[in-house]
Design a protein around this ligand. Structure first.
Ligand code: PEP
Length: 256
């Protein structure tokens, strides 16, 4: 099969940081900088409208960090995919390890959230990855297999192709420990193999698989140069415009 050219997609995840004014000035500043990759920012719910407004006319995608698995109804405190769409958001993260860990989200819930996002025309960004214990027990691939198969259950190849997957080994998130290039490349190739066997080779060759976990300006280029790495999900280093734009520029210095 001919080699498929996949764009590099770099997304910042602000987690529970920043208010409206800061989000607005960050996005305005980012829109003025030069970058060649596709760029997204997953911002707090409260910043979505302001960030989307500031990003208008630029190539910056604004997204949420979570979504309800329900369409609407008596779910106090929840935010639906339709509400996200209303703010100008175009994507949302689901299944981040912090939500799996602290809010006990499982693959069935993640799968339902993905379905709500697709119904509303938003692009899901699904995080997967093994914990340190699973990594040490040699269960990484088993975990990735279950998270992909269950997270994408009931979806068509066309729907799966449009999802962004972020491989984020839990032991590398916010710890300063980045997975080695060999580990990352092997995990990404394995994910593509799982997707190929369940949803077809074409879907596997087109789907974007990002790496996330302690990405910084000084390791971004090496990660982006890996052939199966189609971008990055960046937490801590996306909070300052300077460090985030350095990562975006690293894309130009990577080999691919
Ligand atoms: C993340 O939260 O998705 C993440 C990768 O965080 P960090 O870059 O800080 O490790």
């Amino acid at each position: 099969m001919a080699h498929v050219h996949r764009p590099k997609v770099i997304v910042g995840n602000w987690k529970m940081h920043k208010g409206i004014a800061e989000a607005r000035s960050f996005v305005t500043g980012l829109a003025l900088s030069h970058f060649t990759s596709l760029v997204g920012l997953a911002v707090p719910y409260t910043c979505l409208s302001a960030a989307a407004e500031a990003a208008r006319g630029s190539a910056i995608m604004i997204g949420a960090q979570n979504v309800s698995d329900n369409e609407d109804g008596p779910f106090t405190g929840e935010i639906s995919s339709k509400m996200l769409k209303d703010t100008g958001a175009t994507f949302a993260i689901v299944g981040h390890s912090e939500r799996r860990q602290h809010f006990h989200e499982d693959d069935t819930l993640v799968n339902n959230k993905i379905k709500r996002l697709i119904e509303s025309g938003l692009r899901p960004l699904m995080c997967i990855g093994e914990t340190l214990e699973q990594h040490q027990d040699g269960k990484s691939h088993q975990v990735l297999h279950a998270q992909l198969i269950n997270g994408f259950r009931g979806l068509t190849p066309g729907q799966v192709e449009h999802i962004i997957v972020a491989y984020e080994p839990v032991w590398a998130i916010g710890t300063g420990k980045t997975a080695s290039p060999e580990t990352v490349e092997a995990a990404h190739a394995y994910c593509r193999k799982v997707i190929a066997s369940a949803w077809g080779k074409d879907t596997a060759e087109h789907i974007i698989i990002q790496y996330g976990g302690s990405v910084k300006a000084d390791n971004a280029a090496a990660l982006l140069a890996l052939s199966d790495v189609d971008g990055l999900l960046v937490g801590g280093a996306s909070l300052a415009l300077e460090s985030f734009t350095k990562i975006l520029h690293a894309q130009e210095h990577s080999k691919s």
